[in-house]
Each structure stands twice: as C-alpha cells, then as structure tokens.
Design a protein. Structure first.
Lengths: 340, 398
C-alpha cells in the first residue's frame, strides 16, 4: 500500500516536471488549450499598465498582450493579467507562470543572454530621469550630490543610478522599495529628495500620483537608454514570433494609415498590396506564422494601430508627445519590419 | 537492534528467507529503502531542474558571486560600494539582518518581561493597560504593523531642513534620527579591551563569591562590585587613551544631514514593528511562566523570612525560567524569520539584497538557496544557544 502510494506520487512528479520541460511550441499550445494569454504587467503604472476604475487593465504595455491574444485567439480580451513587481518579473516568466512579460522592461545583454529570455520588440524608447520637488530649487542632475534617491530594486534604473553618480564623482543614499506604490509614497512623504526611473514612468508618477503635479519637476538630464519592450521565455520560437509580429503589425498598420476606424473599409477597398498582405486579403502571412489570415485585421480592429494605442494611453494620460516613439518617417525610431 | 541476531546455541544455518524475516534485518532494510527513495527524489529534482534551466538557456552556478554588484546599499556595517562583489553585498544584507534580529530579541525580551509582569500586577490600571497592549499588537499581522510604522515615521517628522532638535545634537527628521557620535580614536579600542577584561574579572569574582557563600554563608555585594569594576576599568582606559572629546555632530549640509549616526526610518520601522509584535508573545510566555510556579513556593519563601523582592529573583523567576525558555526560543526564531519582511519597507536585509541580486543576475535558484541556507543556519544557531541556556537553567537533581 505504502509503496504503491510512493510509486504513484513519484510517477506524478515525473509527469509534472516533464510537462514543464521546454519544448518547441509548448507555450503556444498551452495558450490555445487554456484559451487565453497570461500576461505579466506592472502593478500600476498609468499609461503603461494599470487597472482603471472598472478594474480593466489599460496601457500601451497591456495593448501588446491584447494584440498577441487577438492574433493567436482572435479575441483581444482573452488575456489574464498578473501584476508583477520589478523583482518578480523574470522569475515569473522563466517559471512559465506567465506567457509574456509586457511590463516596461529594458532590453539588455544580460537579460537577453543569461536569463533565458527573448526580447521581441521595443514598444517604447525611453531614458532614465529624475523627479524632484520644485521646492528644493534644483535645476540639473549634476547638483544632486548627497541626495537621497528612491528607486525600485532589481531594475536597470538602480544600476544606471549607481553608474551615473560614480561617473560624476557624486554620492547618494538609495532608498530601495520593491512595491512601486510604497516607493512613491515614501518619495511624496519626503523620505527621498529624488525619485528616479524611466522618464515616462516619472511623468506617470507626477501626473497621476502626485497631489499637486506642479510642485514637482523632471530634471532635463536623461542619463540612460531604456528600450522597453515585451519579453518571452526562450524555447518556443513560434510563440515569440507571434508576439513579435503582433506588435510589428501595429506599427506597420500605423505606417500604412490603417486604423481601428477604417480597417474594414481598407480590407474591402484598399488596392495597396502591402495593406492587402497585412489584412489577409492576400493570404500567406497568417499561414507563415501559424495563425488565422485575419490575425492582423483582428489586432487593428480590436486594439488599434501603434499610434492609436500611444495616443489613447500615453499622450492622453501622461501628456507625453511621441518624441523618440514617432514613426521613422516622422523622425522617430518606430520602424516596422515589413510584413511580407 | 540490541538483540543478538543468533540466539546462543542456535546452530541452524540461515537461509535468505529466514534472513529477510528477521525483525532486525527488516528494520534496517526499510530504513535503507526509505533513505534511498529520498536521495533518489532529491537527485531527480536537482538534475531535472538543471536540465530545464539548460534547455531554457538560463545560466547556473555560483560564479556570479564574484561579479561586480553595481548597485548601492543604503545601510552597511562593512565597506561596500557599487564596485564590490555580489558576495559582499549579500554579506551586508546578512549583517543587517543579524543587527535588527539581535536588537529585536534583546528589546522584545525586556519589553515583554515588563508587560508580562504587569499583566499580573495587583494594580487594576497597570494590569488592564498591559492586557490592551498585548491583545492589540498580538492580533494585528506583523507585516501590516511594519507598514504602519513605516508610514508613520517619515510622515510624522519634518524634512531635514526643518529638523526637530529635542535634545541638543539629536535631530529628528523624515530621514530618521541623527545623533552625535565620538570621532574615531584609539582610546575607544582601549575601552573595548578594558570592557572585555572587566567581564572576565567579574566572572571569576562571581565564582569566588559563590564558593565563599556556599562555605561561610556570607553574601557578597556582587552587583555593586561588578558595576564598580566595569565602570572603573573602562573609565581608566578612557583616561589612559588621552580622554578624547571630539564628537561628530549631525548638521544640515546640502540635501541631507551629514555627520553623526543615522538611524534610518526603515530600520526603525522594522525594529519597532518586530519588537512590539514579538514582545506581546514574550509577555504571555513570561506571564504563564510565573503563573506556572505554585503559590506554595511564595509561601515557603515567606516562611523562611526571605524578602519578597529576593524571593522573586531567587525562588520564583529561576523556576519560571524553566517553563519559559522553550517557548521563548520559538519567539526568538520567529522574530529572526519575520525580519525577512523588512524587504517590504525597504530595509536592506538579506532578502532585500538577495532579491536585487537575483534580479540583476537572473539566478533565482542560486540566490534563494543562499538566503534559505543562511536563515536555516541563523535559526539553528539560535536554537543551539537557547538549548544550551535551557540546559544550564534546568533543574539540577541532587
């Protein structure tokens, strides 16, 4: 009896662990089986990923997950969200708890190569800045010697901060708090002189969380490059292709001027071969990716193109212009790999 | 297995079946099988994990410990900068954990004992106040208490520019408490050595005094003598070292207060939270310990003409200690383990530093294995010490 129990338990362990083995297509098949995409997002960064008053997740990062779900499952709402702190995010992805991490995450060599991850695109080009109360009368980051700085642990921000002060021969005292809400609360209570994160995050904190946004300024210095984008675990190339091209389709759609509004009209009437390929009028792209031919149509119809997503989330909520995130044709860096 | 396997005089040779039917052989066999299964399961889990990590191209191994950490830590007891290695960073975290745990254990014992005795006070108000204290703080989750203290401390005090100065030299700000400390000087090293010598001397005098009391019945004023020796020696060392008077005074400079010694709000929140929470349990342990000593012991002491205060110290407390030490050990272990919640309020303890390390290197399994074994080690050390203490205090039967 006992031995049977042990054997059964052993067999179950084997099965469970074997099921977790990385196999090509495992993530993709898993998503199809369960019927939704498990998406890791920020615990609350308005404009990028935050739950609105009705509890619905919104933001430019959320839209990437929605696009992937629309492409793979035909329904942008087939997404479940896992709010993660900066320190939790990679473990959640590596362990398979989430299918895709879309949480204002900077692409770096270490993360791409050593953590077993793949960055599939850059949906926001950012840089690190400093937020500081006006009352301190500081106008440049070079005057920050001796300041107390609030920062999230386990971020590139934390490392850039140490690098920047070291390079300038200045000292600082870090206050490192994992939860972004606790961290910003500490900043607003005066625990720190300065809050540092990506400039977009600072705008989000200033406009959405400060009692009086005008009491705070973002210093002009941008001290780092922060290419933020969605990440997937290595081992399922088919799934990483889906996320990559779902995002690319959003940018491509903006380049072609295809919007949520006119996508039906474009599908029916456009004679542009590029648009016809994108929307599946000329078949082939969907098949190449192992998706329905209407994959990009579904994304644009349900989520919108990149410009619409940016306008709705970033410009409207944070008041940030396109800047680096304008299309390359407008002097920005967003440049879609051709869908063909 | 003390039973001999062959009874004397039994000359029959044993077959395999007989052998397996032997109770003793079976007992050993089952144990070998059980251990074998555990080892097998462990080996399977480890090798499978390694295989999966390799499949996902996640790097493994402890080599990362030598790499440059590249992040700063706010409170360090040893030399540390962003150029130091991850191993040094983890050491900083470990020392911070030990610091807050040790102080917490000492403080919670003192506060807990006071409230435990107060709960048995004959004074109604004292008794009720102690009950309210214990019942309130014991029944709120410790994590919430940490959040509470952390919200309170930076919020309640002003920005360093308008720091409160209740006692000259001591500054209260939203960045914590600053107080003056002596500038480093050789005299302080001398004083530390003198303190150690004093302690050794006191130990031997105490031994001698006990011997004398056992032989002649004459008590020796140990407390006064000990105090005299300690203070005298330390003072002598201070004077011999040239009696330095330079102090590092905290003062506003730039953004922050520089100089002096800073107790950060994070540290205060963690220390106060853990101390208050654990002291309620200690109070209950102390109360139950005292109540476990039969009233007859008081009466016996009374009938021998021993004063109440002496009776409490020499008759009641030693007996209640025996009851109290094992549950106290549990509370000390809990406090040490609960200190890992410090990460929630940004105190750079072992978990906080490990989390950051884990995230910057991506080596979650290694980082977690390191801090789990350290916590296990800390807890086992605490247990060992308390077991030794328990044995020392236990009833010696004559």
């Amino acid at each position: 009896m006992k031995i049977q129990t042990i054997l059964a338990a052993g067999a179950m362990t084997v099965a469970a662990v074997a099921a977790q083995n990385a196999q090509a297509g495992a993530v993709l098949d898993g998503i199809k089986d369960k019927g939704f995409v498990q998406c890791g997002v920020n615990t609350g960064l308005p404009g990028f990923s935050a739950a609105n008053a009705e509890g619905k997740w919104e933001g430019i990062d959320v839209d990437v997950c929605r696009a992937a779900a629309a492409a793979l499952l035909g329904d942008a709402n087939a997404v479940q969200y896992t709010p993660l702190t900066a320190a939790q995010r990679f473990t959640a992805l590596q362990s398979g708890e989430i299918d895709v991490l879309s949480r204002n995450t900077t692409a770096t060599t270490t993360r791409d190569a050593k953590l077993g991850l793949t960055f599939v695109g850059i949906n926001y080009y950012d840089g690190q800045g400093f937020l500081i109360p006006k009352a301190l009368g500081v106008s440049s980051a070079t005057e920050l010697d001796g300041a107390t700085v609030c920062v999230e642990p386990g971020t590139t921000t934390e490392l850039n901060l140490a690098d920047y002060f070291r390079a300038k021969g200045m000292s600082f005292e870090p206050v490192v708090i994992e939860n972004i809400n606790e961290a910003t609360a500490a900043f607003f209570s005066g625990r720190c002189d300065v809050y540092t994160t990506d400039a977009s995050g600072l705008a989000s904190i200033r406009t959405q969380m400060a009692e009086n946004p005008d009491d705070y300024v973002i210093l002009p210095e941008i001290i780092s490059k922060e290419p933020l984008g969605p990440v997937v675990a290595q081992g399922d190339e088919q799934w990483s292709d889906v996320v990559r091209w779902a995002f690319t389709a959003m940018v491509e759609a903006e380049e072609y001027g295809v919007t949520m509004e006119n996508v039906d009209d474009m599908k029916a009437n456009s004679t542009n071969p590029g648009i016809q390929r994108l929307l599946g009028v000329t078949p082939g792209m969907g098949e190449a990716l192992g998706l329905d031919e209407a994959w990009a149509y579904n994304i644009i119809k349900q989520v919108g193109n990149y410009g619409e997503s940016y306008e709705k989330n970033v410009t409207a909520k944070l008041g940030l212009e396109r800047g680096l995130n304008a299309l390359w044709t407008d002097g920005g860096l967003q440049y879609a790999w051709p869908v063909r | 297995m003390s039973k001999p396997q062959n009874a004397p005089g039994d000359v029959r040779s044993k077959g395999l079946v007989d052998y397996l039917n032997d109770e003793n052989v079976r007992a050993v066999l089952y144990q070998i099988i059980a251990i074998g299964l555990i080892v097998l399961a462990g080996w399977y889990l480890v090798s499978n994990t390694l295989y999966n990590l390799e499949q996902q191209n996640i790097s493994t191994g402890y080599g990362f410990l030598d790499l440059e950490a590249s992040f700063e830590i706010s409170e360090t007891m040893i030399d540390y900068s962003a150029q130091s290695s991850y191993a040094t960073a983890l050491m900083v975290g470990l020392l911070n954990t030990v610091k807050v745990s040790l102080l917490g254990i000492i403080l919670c014992t003192i506060i807990g004992t006071i409230f435990g005795v107060a709960r048995l006070s004959s004074n109604w108000i004292v008794r009720k106040l102690a009950t309210v204290y214990v019942e309130t703080f014991r029944n709120i989750p410790v994590l919430l208490q940490l959040f509470f203290w952390y919200a309170l401390i930076p919020g309640a005090f002003p920005h360093p520019r308008d720091a409160l100065e209740p006692i000259p030299g001591v500054l209260l700000t939203s960045r914590g408490m600053y107080m003056p400390v002596p500038e480093p000087d050789n005299a302080y090293t001398l004083m530390a050595i003198a303190a150690v010598i004093a302690c050794v001397a006191i130990y031997f005098i105490k031994k001698w005094a006990k011997k004398r009391q056992d032989a002649t019945g004459q008590p020796f004023p140990m407390f006064l003598a000990g105090l005299g020796i300690f203070v005298g020696l330390v003072l002598l060392a201070y004077l011999a070292g040239g009696a330095p008077t330079d102090m590092s005074m905290p003062a506003l400079k730039g953004f922050n207060i520089q100089g002096g010694y800073n107790i950060s709000p994070e540290f205060m929140a963690v220390l106060i939270g853990l101390t208050v929470y654990t002291s309620t349990y200690v109070a209950e342990v102390v109360r139950s310990g005292i109540q476990a000593v039969p009233n007859g012991q008081w009466e016996a002491a009374d009938s021998l003409g021993i004063r109440r205060s002496v009776a409490l110290r020499k008759v009641i407390l030693p007996q209640s200690m025996r009851v109290a030490i094992p549950p106290l050990t549990n509370q000390y272990l809990n406090l040490t383990k609960n200190s890992s919640l410090a990460v929630a309020v940004g105190y750079p303890d072992l978990v906080s530093v490990s989390n950051t390390t884990m995230n910057q290197t991506g080596q979650a399994i290694e980082a977690i294995s390191i801090f789990m074994s350290i916590y296990l080690g800390l807890s086992l050390l605490t247990s060992l010490f308390m077991n030794w203490f328990n044995k020392k205090m236990a009833l010696v039967e004559r």
